[in-house]
Design a protein around this ligand. Structure first.
Ligand SMILES: Nc1ncnc2c1ncn2[C@@H]1O[C@H](COP(=O)(O)OP(=O)(O)OP(=O)(O)O)[C@@H](O)[C@H]1O
Length: 309
């Protein structure tokens, strides 16, 4: 049986008056993954989340959630979106906030929503406006999970949390997602969060997809090399033998993040040292401007029209 697909974009693009914010985005996200959406400021992350939540109308292409086009209102019960500013009514109590969730969502799970709130020692009769930032985030999580979405979209969910609240809420998020098989897509600039939580990566830069796939398929495709530079440049055997994602020359030394088309063993031999890069090194390499073609693993490639038929 083929794997269920939570999200599939084909040539998705968004053009504003000043130019393209998103361009030719084509990928698929298999269901059940916890996916990081990563990119420098202005990369198009919010625009993409807007397209996925029907707040931004794409200029080109299509986007489907669980096979339903986002243009179809039938997609609405399938996802929940937690915006970065976690908009909640400050004058409502926590109980009233959850009641709004119950009244607006047919599949509402009151027990789960209350459990999430109570685990943070938040009184149900407390006014939302009196809660701390971390407590408000917890209530927003309760609202999002109470909906029992198949896909949870989060825009910088941990941005305003202290390390303890961050740790607690990421644990909660992973536990709830695992228990219900929820697919999660979260944007974040905090690499430590991504390393701990995510098993799938979508990397955007300049509105284009730079990398997509399972973390444990993407990382082993890369190698970090250090060696002697030749006249201030990378050795030619290297540039000819593999794809250089990013490199730097400092004095007579170079460091380069490279990928070969196959496993690490297929790298050209040479007078350089190799090391296995971590997530941070691979991400930074792809966030900086690069001539290297995007890396989209097989699991992240959209189906061809023939397969889709
Ligand atoms: N409503 C809008 N009108 C015009 N241009 C916009 C609009 N929203 C975003 N843009 C532009 O689109 C590009 C992508 O912006 P977007 O907010 O999607 O990036 P981002 O990756 O979310 O950035 P950040 O990490 O800073 O939040 C930017 O150049 C931005 O100026």
């Amino acid at each position: 049986m083929s794997e269920a697909i939570a999200m599939e974009a084909r040539e998705l693009g968004k053009k504003y008056r000043r130019g393209w914010a998103l361009r030719d985005l084509s990928f698929r996200l298999p269901a059940g993954r916890v996916c990081a959406l990563v990119g420098p400021n202005g990369a198009g992350k919010s625009t993409f989340l807007g397209a996925a939540t029907r707040l931004v109308r794409p200029t080109t292409g299509t986007l489907e959630l669980f096979g339903v086009p986002v243009t179809d209102p039938a997609v609405l019960p399938r996802f929940a979106f937690l915006a970065q500013d976690k908009p909640l009514y400050k004058r409502f109590t926590v109980a009233e906030t959850l009641r709004t969730g119950r009244e607006l969502n047919p599949g509402w799970d009151q027990a789960a929503a209350e459990r999430i709130v109570r685990a943070g020692d938040i009184a149900l009769d407390a006014k939302v406006g009196t809660l701390s930032g971390g407590q408000r985030t917890r209530v927003a999580f309760a609202l999002a999970f109470g909906k029992r979405p198949q896909l949870l979209l989060l825009d910088e969910p941990m941005a305003d949390l202290d390390p303890l609240a961050r740790h607690e809420l990421s644990g909660l998020l992973l536990a709830e997602a695992a228990e219900h098989g929820t697919t999660v897509l979260m944007s974040s600039h905090v690499l430590a969060d991504l390393e701990e939580m995510c098993d799938f990566l979508l990397v955007l830069a300049g509105g284009r997809l730079r990398m997509a796939g399972d973390t444990d398929a993407l990382l082993p495709a890369h190698t970090l090399l250090t060696g002697a530079a030749e006249d201030g440049a990378l050795p030619r055997e290297l540039t000819e033998g593999c794809t250089v994602v990013e490199h730097r020359v400092t004095g007579r030394q170079f460091t380069a993040l490279v990928r070969s088309e196959g496993p690490r063993a297929e790298l050209p031999d040479g007078p350089w040292e190799t090391a296995v890069p971590g997530l941070e090194e691979v991400l930074l390499g792809h966030l900086r401007p690069s001539e290297a073609p995007p890396l989209i693993t097989a699991a992240a490639r959209p189906s061809t029209p023939l397969e889709a038929a």
